[in-house]
Design a protein around this ligand. Sequence first.
Ligand SMILES: Nc1ncnc2c1ncn2[C@@H]1O[C@H](COP(=O)(O)OP(=O)(O)OP(=O)(O)O)[C@@H](O)[C@H]1O
Length: 289
Amino acid sequence: MDISLQHVEYRYQANTPFERLAIEDVSIDIPAGTYMAIIGHTGSGKSTVLQHLNALLQPSKGTVKIGSHEIKSGQKNKHLKPVRQKVGIVFQFPEHQLFEETVEKDIIFGPMNFGVSETEAKERARLALKQVGLAEDILEKSPFDLSGGQMRRVAIAGVLAMEPDVIVLDEPTAGLDPRGRKEIMDMFYALHQERQLSTILVTHSMEDASRYADRIVIMQQGKVAKKGTPEEIFSSPVELMQMGLDVPEVVRFQLKLEKQTGIKLDKIYLTIDELSSKITEVLSRGVRS
Ligand SMILES: Nc1ncnc2c1ncn2[C@@H]1O[C@H](COP(=O)(O)OP(=O)(O)OP(=O)(O)O)[C@@H](O)[C@H]1O
């Protein structure tokens, strides 16, 4: 399912003395199957954009297209239930939204609320648990008897059990240790790869954005400051640094190396393994010639 935002503006508490312009002239295309990262400082408008992706917010100006639904400002936008079902949002600290007595009841709540039969919802719960790397015997436990990491996975399973076409992740690793972060990020990447699940990651981490996403959007003060592939984004690292954004260590290293040795590599390498094999290749060519 394709999503696109066209010249979207959003004002909180519009037409009141507290009106606040949060995003302005935001245009973003997310073709089906994309992994997109939206990155930016606190207050740059990421969460506001995110809430337009499943019509939780409707634009003050501009148009949002979600599959065949077109959501415009100033129109009554009905029939949004199917949209909300197809675009799953994993909010920050999703485990705070667990509330049922058992894990199974928590996971089947969403699908049953959207009219899925109990039998099918239970099947989906089993599959979703597997997708998040938890064993079935957890189904009968209380979510509140689980570890923090397990609770987060259960909450994510609840979103997956809705069988979304698009998944939106709002800082999904907030509060986890480095190992837990990597496990969760790798899990979402595997889902994206296996199911061609469109994935939109809202993050402060340039490292995660560059490692997983094939498109990056940088938000600044409510506007899209830059967008492109990771390679396009990192082709002007000084500009990123001026924006106060991190440039991943591996990219910094490559730029320093190019400056100090004059060796020009043919692209920006985003993992240390790729970079080191490229350097080895270039050096061995040098030795031979
Ligand atoms: N409910 C609200 N009422 C009024 N203004 C709001 C509301 N939510 C956000 N804003 C304002 O809109 C702007 C964009 O906020 P938003 O939450 O989208 O940014 P963000 O990039 O997601 O920030 P963070 O990284 O801290 O989550 C900010 O100036 C913020 O103060």
